[in-house]
Design a protein around this ligand. Structure first.
Ligand SMILES: C[S@@+](CC[C@H](N)C(=O)[O-])C[C@H]1O[C@@H](n2cnc3c(N)ncnc32)[C@H](O)[C@@H]1O
Length: 451
């Protein structure tokens, strides 16, 4: 078959997919409008979690649009767009730090928006320069120019308005410590020695910051007179709450937490325990132990006292300082939960972390690993495949997971992993993958049991 014939068939297949899935989206929107009180999306208030069919349709649409663009656009433009994409993220970060989404949220009506002059007055940014940033971001669907030089939020920037955690989650990737690490990825991978290192202390992060310590050393023990250290130290725990807002609803809804009864969930490297906070509110019988390094545990105390008053005094939640490379103090817990932990570490360190948990587990214990799963392009027996002509891994729909993987590589020699890679680490620690719970969000839950 000629390549033109293949392209025609692929394009037709994509159009058909888009028609079918768009009809599904339209039907969902109409149902939502007619029965707001009984619709599934209302069952989990304010979570923004779509019903399963809608989630799948959204994923297929994103994948199909990406593949469609790959088929028809000028490859030279695509290359330029990728090379310049940092300009987009830096412009977004500038407006977020300047509070633009919050100011736009004050508009009396979205159709009037807020004037560029007013934005300039409130942010202190030169008007002509700010307008250039705003217009680029409008092209990317972040803001709207509703009338000449009048701007409003879109459904994307509204997520950030008056939401400190969402803003921290967006801005943490633009902090000096992280951006400079990613900038040093090419030099690190092209360095004939560093390229083979699997040490968390020989990464682009150390090359960029001329240090032997890790990001965690900076956060725990870094020089607090250095603004770059202070920035990350302040922002990181809040950014984790923001990441939690994005993925907790699906992690909660798509795993049978309610079946655990009065079980204890140990949140290993739990930060301030933001996932357990949500679980505590929804499942009053569950008990929690949140473990982390001292800075996070100190911050966790006031957050828990505000969010779930009485949980600490009643002994329902314990906050303890614990280094996960040492013996796990809580034995035989029903669940050891690790969200955004293994992705921070190279394989050998993950095996050590899991081995400490394995020693503490009883026969009914399970480890739940909540990380982004990298879906191999040709599929995995653990994961649902996309419909043809999309690649089995949904292509561009999940491309940001691989971008996240690049950050993990740059900062930690860590990795977002495929099911196969997770399986190898699990087996080295005497564990096996029982099931991957695919959730309606960027993060899934991999359940590990004793081998
Ligand atoms: C990416 S954050 C995830 C936090 C939390 N699990 C969540 O999802 O919000 C990684 C956490 O690992 C913690 N951490 C790093 N090294 C640790 C160690 N050796 N022992 C315990 N916690 C550690 C950090 O302090 C940080 O809170």
């Amino acid at each position: 078959m000629s390549s033109a014939t293949t392209r025609v068939q692929t394009l037709r297949g994509l159009i058909q997919l888009l028609v079918n899935t768009s009809e599904l989206v339209i039907k969902e929107w109409e149902t939502e409008e007619q029965q707001p009180a009984t619709h599934e999306s209302q069952v989990i208030p304010a979570s923004g979690l779509p019903p399963h069919e809608l989630f799948e349709a959204q994923r297929v649409i994103r994948a199909a649009c990406g593949m469609w663009m790959d088929l028809v656009e000028d490859p030279r433009i695509r290359l330029l767009e990728i090379s310049l994409s940092y300009a987009f993220s830096q412009a977004l970060d500038t407006t977020v730090r300047a509070g633009v989404p919050d100011i736009l949220a004050e508009a009396e009506s979205p159709s009037d928006g807020i004037s560029a002059a007013e934005l300039c007055r409130r942010t202190g940014i030169d008007e002509h320069k700010l307008v250039r940033l705003m217009r680029m971001l409008c092209n990317g669907g972040i803001y709207n120019e509703v009338k000449p030089l009048q701007f409003s939020n879109t459904r994307v920037s509204r997520v950030l308005a008056d939401n400190a955690a969402a803003k921290a989650c967006s801005s943490v990737y633009s902090t000096k410590l992280i951006v400079e690490a990613v900038e040093h990825l090419p030099a690190t991978l092209l360095d004939p020695e560093m390229t083979y290192s699997t040490s968390p202390k020989e990464t682009a992060f150390q090359k960029a910051h001329k240090t032997t310590g890790t990001l965690w050393d900076y956060i725990e023990k870094g020089d607090t007179s250095d603004p770059a250290v202070l920035e990350v130290r302040e922002m990181f725990p809040l950014a984790m709450v923001g990441e939690g807002q994005m993925c907790s609803p699906s992690l909660i809804a798509d795993f049978p937490w309610g079946d655990l009864g009065e079980a204890t969930v140990v949140d290993v490297g739990g930060g301030v325990g933001s996932m357990c906070l949500e679980l505590a509110k929804m499942f009053p019988r569950l008990r929690f132990v949140v473990e982390d390094l001292p800075v996070s545990i100190e911050k966790a105390k006031s957050i828990w006292n505000t969010e779930v008053p009485g949980a600490i005094e009643a002994g329902r939640t314990q906050l303890i300082t614990h280094d996960f490379f040492h013996e796990q103090p809580v034995k035989n817990a029903a669940v050891y939960f690790l969200r955004y932990i293994l992705h921070d570490w190279p394989d050998d360190a993950c095996v050590l972390i899991l081995s400490e948990l394995r020693e503490a587990m009883g026969s009914d214990s399970r480890i739940l690993v909540a990380d982004m799963i990298i879906h191999p392009p040709l599929g995995s027996r653990h994961l649902k495949s996309a419909p043809a002509p999309l690649p089995a891994n949904y292509g561009r729909a999940d491309a940001f997971k691989s971008m996240h993987d690049m950050v993990m590589l740059s900062v930690f020699n860590g990795s977002e992993r495929t099911p196969g890679q997770l399986g190898v680490i699990a087996e080295r620690a005497g564990l096996t993958i029982e099931k991957i719970w695919e959730c309606r969000g960027p993060v899934s839950i991999t359940e590990l049991r004793l081998l």
